[in-house]
Ligand binder design. Structure first.
Ligand SMILES: C[S@@+](CC[C@H](N)C(=O)[O-])C[C@H]1O[C@@H](n2cnc3c(N)ncnc32)[C@H](O)[C@@H]1O
Length: 226
């Protein structure tokens, strides 16, 4: 258990958001590098690596053995959080579409009773994930955008606590913390998307089409918030 793992920037950002000494369930663990790094570093002492598919599950088991952390990580061949153990208080779900993340959480909400934090890294539909969090008793506690291999990834941490006031639609779309900070990756991500939308709009001849109006509304929204 002495081998240190070098995580990608994306997985490092998720690692950083996990609270010390919590018990973690990494859902869709695949290579299991995140829970392996968490226990190898001593940040947490127990983790579960959950996989629904046999191929990735085999990889999970193999890597847990390779890094000699069998006493600290339990691999589980299981669907989402349907068999979540009662001692888990941090769930990580990373590298999947936002709708799948929400489906996984929504289909077994009763399992979340003892869970205090959800660290989610949707590959898309981040707004859907934020809406689910705030509608289900998790406030948005921290957010970051990572640029890796030409892709912008949003990492969102929800913490179980009452939310003061209400988030605006714009905060849920862009991320309340990301919007307040407007860091370099935020500006670059949304500028790039704005430019892409503009190139799509330039090819639409009929400016009365509802699609044209919807996309140009989105361009205006992005420009207003850059
Ligand atoms: C792209 S990988 C992401 C791996 C890792 N979490 C990461 O971020 O690098 C997504 C993994 O989620 C798994 N998966 C998809 N749906 C799942 C579910 N309902 N329960 C558990 N695992 C699931 C897939 O088998 C796949 O291995």
């Amino acid at each position: 258990m002495n081998q240190q793992i070098k995580l990608s920037d994306r997985l490092s950002a998720i690692f950083d958001m996990v609270s010390f000494n919590n018990v973690v369930a990494d859902i869709g663990s695949d290579h299991a590098l995140l829970p392996i790094a968490l226990v190898s570093s001593g940040k947490v002492t127990r983790a579960y690596a959950v996989e629904v598919n046999e191929g990735p599950y085999d990889m999970t088991v193999k890597n847990i053995a390779k890094y000699n952390v069998e006493n600290y990580i339990t691999p589980m061949l299981s669907d989402g959080i349907s068999e979540l153990e009662i001692d888990v208080n941090t769930i990580t779900i990373c590298g999947m579409g936002g709708n799948l993340i929400v489906d996984i959480l929504d289909s077994n909400k009763d399992k979340l009773e003892h869970v205090s934090e959800l660290i989610l890294q949707p590959n898309n539909n981040e707004e859907t994930v934020r809406i689910w969090l705030v509608n289900n008793g998790f406030d948005i506690d921290s957010e970051v955008i990572i640029f890796e291999d030409g892709v912008y990834y949003e990492v969102i941490k929800g913490v179980k606590r009452a939310i003061e006031g209400r988030y605006t639609k714009e905060q849920l779309y862009f991320g309340p913390i990301l919007l307040a900070n407007k860091g370099e990756n935020f500006v670059n991500k949304w500028s790039k998307y704005r430019d892409y939308l503009k190139s799509v709009l330039s090819k639409i001849e009929n400016k009365e089409l509802s699609n044209y109006k919807m996309l140009s509304g989105l361009v205006n929204l992005i420009e207003k918030n850059l």
